[in-house]
Design a protein around this ligand. Structure first.
Ligand code: SAH
Ligand code: SF4
Length: 347
């Protein structure tokens, strides 16, 4: 049900000869009140509750692991009925509470530095499974409101396009999770066709593009799909996204020690940034077990940031959150597949 629009559910209700208000009533329970079971819906007639229980399910996952970092970040591992698992994270920050969610089990892209793509793509997540992660994270907020959603967990969102867009509509809808589109960010490795399509969906969501290198040669050593996609094409799609939506694009750049963190990389990046309306989010690499990449020094990080800013690029350093709980995407799932040594943060 979490992946079904109100219109589609209302159509089903009409087929059952139910009064028109029933669909809204059930959806208010499911989305606004977060009901996990039709039995809770005490203002519905009992036979209807029974029919709903037979024909629909609200949630499909079980929380199989929960880890909480010293900084308040909470990471959940959800298991689906087929045994596959997905990660989602709550990142609290002052007045903001952000859910970070996944769109695929694994990732088909296989970036050299990322834990998510190490084992390839296992399967797509459905729209309902994407929405369910937001519901689970919202529950962690208690009385407080979940304010933001970032699609930055496992997987490449634009490589699961129909499910992504359906989920975004439900997360955004007033009858759904009612989270403003401007508070939703989709992060992509940079698929031009998908970016162009997303720009035309009429959704006012933010777009973040993972660039990580200022030239194609270096980018291809980090991101296998960059073999077929040039930075220029991504920039062109980013420009179009801005022209159509009026939303400035965010360029994400993970700093990898000694690889893309030098002054001349910053200067090259400035040239790319001048071609489209964008701001830059620098991220210090979160080391992943068995991968040869290292976190950049504070000096190199600050230097990179300053070089960008001095040349008029609006750049920020994203704070690393939940380092003590393997917060980099894909790490919890992997560490569960091959169990890590017990740490004090374990539940
Ligand atoms: N596939 C999409 C979205 C998921 S990854 C994408 O690549 O954009 C979200 C962000 O986290 C990307 O910018 C990605 O490069 C970055 N990332 C992946 N592994 C990381 C790590 N170990 N440390 C820091 N950032 C990482
Ligand atoms: Fe996939 Fe994004 Fe990780 Fe690359 S960085 S492997 S695209 S999840």
């Amino acid at each position: 049900m979490l992946g079904t629009t109100l219109d589609a559910f209302a159509a089903w209700c009409a087929e059952q000869d139910l009064p028109a208000y029933r669909a809204r009533q059930v959806y208010a329970w499911v989305f606004a009140r977060g009901a996990a079971d039709f039995a809770e819906m005490t203002d519905l007639p009992r036979p209807l509750r029974e029919t709903l229980t037979e024909r629909w399910s609200i949630r499909r996952s079980e929380v199989v692991r929960r880890r909480e970092a010293a900084d308040g970040t909470v990471k959940l591992l959800l298991a689906w009925p087929d045994g596959e698992t997905s990660e989602c994270v709550l990142i609290p920050d002052d007045d903001r509470r952000t859910a970070c969610i996944s769109t695929q089990v694994g990732c088909p892209v296989g970036c050299a530095f990322c834990a998510s793509g190490l084992d390839g793509l296992r399967r797509q997540l459905s729209a309902g499974e994407i929405v369910e992660q937001v519901v689970r994270v919202r529950e962690l907020c208690g009385e407080k409101r979940l304010t933001n959603v970032v699609v930055m967990g496992l997987g490449e969102p634009l490589a699961n396009y129909p499910a992504l867009v359906q989920a975004l509509r439900i997360i955004n809808a007033p009858w759904g999770l009612n989270i403003g589109a401007r508070r939703i960010t989709v992060s992509t490795v940079g698929l031009p066709a998908g970016i162009r399509k997303l720009a035309r969906e009429g959704l006012q969501v933010n777009l973040a593009i993972s660039l990580h290198a200022p030239d194609d040669k270096l980018r291809r050593t980090l991101i296998p799909w960059a073999e077929k996609i040039a930075i220029d094409e991504i920039v062109q799609a980013g420009r179009e996204f801005f022209e159509i939506t009026g939303r400035e694009v965010t360029v994400e750049y993970v700093l990898l020690r000694g690889i893309n963190d030098k002054v001349y990389h910053a200067h090259e990046l400035v040239k790319v940034c001048r071609k489209m309306r964008c701001n830059v989010n620098l991220i210090r690499y979160n080391p992943v077990a068995d991968l040869p990449f290292e976190r950049p020094s504070s000096f190199a990080t600050e230097r990179f940031l300053t070089e960008l800013r001095q040349r008029g690029v609006n750049a920020h350093l994203r704070a690393s959150r939940g380092l003590d709980i393997d917060a980099a995407c894909g790490q919890l799932r992997r560490s569960t597949i091959s169990p890590p040594p017990k740490s004090p943060a374990d539940d």
